[in-house]
Design a protein around this ligand. Structure first.
Ligand SMILES: [Zn+2]
Ligand SMILES: [Zn+2]
Length: 278
């Protein structure tokens, strides 16, 4: 049975297939400045990474992908575009929440009630079939983190909302089979943008802001390898980036390393594009 989604893509797999092949799969429910959420699935465990869409959209888009139950929610940081649907979702469903102690503290103060499982950035822990490794990233939030999810022989690295790539980030993201990378803005488009005041542009491009295409490409150059299968670019600015430029920037890096077969896609804000399988 093929899962039904609006824009069915060739990389979409069915639930029947999953039962026999417990590889890691991931899907972006939505990504951009209006909200971010990602699903990752391995064997019997399904995780949601961030909940920045409305609760209604989170549930609807997950259902489109055949997902009814979520075993845990991993949060990267407390910004609204990553937690917008959390409060309502947790009123409807009792899903365990995983985040750093500092981020949990801030979110509790906003009235979010949940089953909290806190950790310190850099710690690893297990949720069902998945081993989660957290790592610190630089961003203007209290304690932002990225994640590596490992299941069997496969692993998926996720980094979003990072102003600067540190040595630690590069080390943690070595050897990934799948990557979700922030590619927020193109340097030239951000410089030419007339909607944003100078102070906002400074914040975006600062060491605690967001990753540009150039920064994401430099990271990709340092971590890509022959077993890398999928790169999904996320958090693209609708004004200061475009999918063609972002994709081409990454493609150039991978081609120069002899890795032209790696799949590169951009996440959408308003719909999910289906599963990518590692
Ligand atoms: Zn943020
Ligand atoms: Zn964000």
């Amino acid at each position: 049975m093929q899962v039904s989604v609006a824009n069915q893509a060739p990389y979409l797999t069915s639930d029947a297939h999953l039962r026999h092949d417990p590889h890691v799969q991931f899907a972006i429910l939505g990504s951009g400045s209006s909200g971010n959420a990602t699903l990752a699935k391995c064997a019997h465990t399904t995780l949601l990474i961030d909940a920045g869409l409305s609760s209604k959209q989170l549930v609807a888009r997950a259902q489109k992908l055949g997902v009814e139950a979520i075993d845990g929610i991993l949060l990267t940081h407390e910004h609204g575009d990553h937690v917008r649907g959390l409060k309502t979702l947790l009123k409807q469903r009792n899903i365990p929440l995983y985040t750093t102690s500092a981020t949990a503290h801030v979110l509790r103060e906003t009235g979010i009630v949940g089953s909290w499982h806190t950790f310190e950035a850099g710690q690893a822990f297990a949720i069902g079939d998945v081993t989660v490794q957290s790592f610190s990233i630089l961003h203007d939030a209290v304690d932002p983190v990225g994640y590596v999810l490992r299941c069997g022989e496969k692993n998926l690295g996720l980094i979003s909302d990072a102003g600067h790539v540190t040595h630690s980030v590069t080390q943690h993201l070595q050897g990934m089979h799948g990557l979700y990378l922030e590619a927020n803005y193109d340097d030239d488009l951000l410089a030419a943008d007339t909607k944003r005041p100078w102070s906002i542009k400074q914040r975006i491009s600062s060491r605690h802001g967001h990753l540009s295409n150039r920064q994401a490409a430099e990271l990709l150059e340092n971590i890509s390898h022959a077993a890398l299968r999928h790169v999904v670019l996320g958090h693209l600015s609708s004004d200061c980036n475009c999918r063609q430029i972002a994709t081409r920037t990454m493609r150039d890096v991978l081609t120069s390393k002899g890795l032209a077969d790696v799949q590169i896609n951009c996440a959408c804000q308003d719909e999910t594009c289906g599963w990518w399988q590692l």
